[in-house]
Ligand binder design. Structure first.
Ligand code: COA
Length: 144
C-alpha cells in the first residue's frame, strides 16, 4: 500500500469511493475538484496496485487544521489503511509546524471514533443534531 498526495486526475475515483461509504462527506466530482484546487486543502490517497482504496482530506489555516473527509473502500477495511492515512496526516502536519487538528464525527460512527481515539484525538464538544439523520457531531481534536 502506498500513500500519495491526490491530484486532479483522481477526482472521479475519489468521488466514487466517497459515495460508496456511509459517514463520509459525499462530495461531488466538482466538489473534489474544488477541494483539490484550494490552496489551504491537502488530500492524500492510499493506493493498492495503482487503485485508490482510501483517502483523507483536510484544510488548514494559521496552524489550525480540520480533517474534513476520510474513507476506506469496504473491501479493504480493517487492514490499517485509515490508521496509515491519519498517521501520514499527523506526521506531515507536525513536520510543517501545525499546532492543532480537529474533526467532527457522528455519534453513531463508533468505528471512526475508535480510530480517532486510538490515534490521540479527544472529544472536546458536541453539536446536537448536526447531521441530516439527526445524529450529534462529536468535535474531536489533538494538539500536534
Ligand atoms: C472508519 C474507517 C475510515 C476505518 O477504515 P479502516 O481502514 O477499516 O480502519 P483501520 O483498519 O485503519 O482501523 C483503525 C482502527 O479503527 C477502528 N475501527 C475500524 N473499523 C472498525 C469497525 N468496523 N468496528 C470497530 N472499530 C473499527 C479500530 O479502532 C481500528 O483499530 P484496530 O484494528 O487496531 O482495532 C472506514 O470504516 C470507513 O471508511 N468508514 C466510512 C467512512 C467514515 O466513517 N469516515 C469517517 C468520517 S468522520
Amino acid at each position: 500500500m502506498k500513500i500519495v498526495p491526490a491530484t486532479l486526475a483522481d477526482t472521479v475515483s475519489l468521488c466514487a469511493l466517497d459515495h460508496s461509504r456511509v459517514f463520509s462527506a459525499h462530495w461531488s466530482v466538482e466538489g473534489w475538484q474544488a477541494e483539490l484546487a484550494q490552496p489551504t486543502s491537502r488530500v492524500w490517497c492510499a493506493q493498492e496496485e495503482g487503485k485508490i482504496v482510501g483517502f483523507v482530506a483536510l484544510r488548514g489555516v494559521c496552524e489550525q487544521y480540520e480533517l474534513l473527509n476520510l474513507a476506506v473502500a469496504q473491501a479493504y477495511s480493517r487492514r490499517g489503511i485509515a490508521r496509515a492515512l491519519v498517521r501520514t496526516v499527523l506526521d506531515e502536519l507536525a513536520a510543517c509546524g501545525a499546532e492543532q487538528i480537529s474533526l467532527e464525527v457522528s455519534s453513531r460512527n463508533a468505528p471512526a471514533q475508535g480510530l480517532y481515539r486510538s490515534m490521540g484525538f479527544t472529544a472536546v464538544g458536541v453539536r446536537r443534531q448536526f447531521y441530516p439523520d439527526g445524529a450529534d457531531a462529536l468535535i474531536m481534536e489533538q494538539k500536534l
